[in-house]
Design a protein around this ligand. Structure first.
Ligand SMILES: Nc1ncnc2c1ncn2[C@@H]1O[C@H](COP(=O)(O)OP(=O)(O)O)[C@@H](O)[C@H]1O
Ligand SMILES: [Mg+2]
Length: 258
């Protein structure tokens, strides 16, 4: 499906959102998909990972929201294309994205800004992936509303299972105002099959979600992710034969076949 929007979201931090957005983006590009990745987390972890340092770049996702409704220059300036070593086009983040809740408070239709911006660009891409912020606010709402599918990475431990209830509450709230319910799938991450606690959590997820709501692909714990990130690379670049690289390719194939 051209212009498919995938929002990677979970209101818990450290569950693998950024890792999934970047590595899934690189894997989908490996299937010859035209991919745009957007970093909408004010913490800018994805941007820093890819060496888009907020203090050094002129344009970011912030300009998209600030230039609403005409978006003028943003299609060219905010999207960084053909950067060497990148497998996809990229929109970097800005710390001031977190100020938007106050700035846009009285703007009507403020939840649809991102969706409208994407209408102008979705023909250029097969897939647009959003790395969402963990905080509930206007950016997360814009991302969930724009998404064709929300990917919810969930660490396979009990605390994470407890934490991810928040994102379901948020989606339930938004569904009341939307024409069609938000589609989502949970992705089990940082799995360690030797740990019985991990196996139990995966079992619970499988029972609660069923095959329609849980990706068959499971992302195991792999130290290569941290090493890749420290070198500013995605895993397909840093360790193409690693288990983690193969698992994100498997996830990409699963998404293509949905
Ligand atoms: N499958 C994995 N195995 C091992 N480490 C991982 C895995 N996925 C992510 N990590 C590491 O865990 C940390 C948190 O992941 P990250 O993607 O930044 O989470 P989030 O964006 O949800 O806060 C990072 O240091 C990342 O390198
Ligand atoms: Mg992150």
């Amino acid at each position: 499906m051209p212009g498919q929007v995938l929002a990677v979201a979970n209101q818990k931090g450290g569950v693998g959102k950024t890792t999934t957005a970047l590595n899934l983006g690189a894997s989908l590009a490996g299937f010859r998909k035209r991919v745009l990745v957007m970093d909408l987390d004010p913490h800018a972890c994805a941007s820093i990972h890819l060496a888009f340092y907020p203090e050094q770049i002129s344009y970011s996702a912030l300009d998209i929201f600030k230039s609403y409704p005409d978006f003028a220059y943003t299609y060219n300036d905010c999207v960084y294309k053909d950067r060497q070593g990148l497998f996809f086009d990229f929109v970097p983040s800005n710390i001031h994205l977190s100020d938007l809740d106050a700035e846009l408070r009285d703007v009507s239709g403020k939840g649809l800004i991102l969706k409208k911006w994407m209408d102008g660009i979705c023909g250029d891409y097969d897939v647009i992936i959003i790395d969402c912020p963990p905080q509930m606010g206007i950016i997360l709402v814009n991302s969930l509303v724009a998404a064709d599918l929300v990917i919810i990475p969930t660490q396979t431990d009990f605390l994470a299972l407890h934490g991810f209830k928040l994102i379901f509450d948020t989606m339930r709230l938004l569904n009341k105002a939307l024409e069609r319910p938000i589609k989502y799938r949970v992705l089990a991450t940082m799995y360690d099959r030797r740990a019985s606690a991990c196996r139990r959590v995966l079992n619970t997820l499988q029972k609660k979600m069923g095959p329609e709501r849980l990706f068959e692909t499971i992302i195991n714990t792999d130290t290569k992710f941290r090493e890749a990130s420290a070198r500013g690379k995605v895993i397909r670049d840093y360790a193409p034969r690693s288990r983690g690289a193969l698992e994100y390719f498997k996830l990409a194939r699963e998404i293509i076949n949905i």
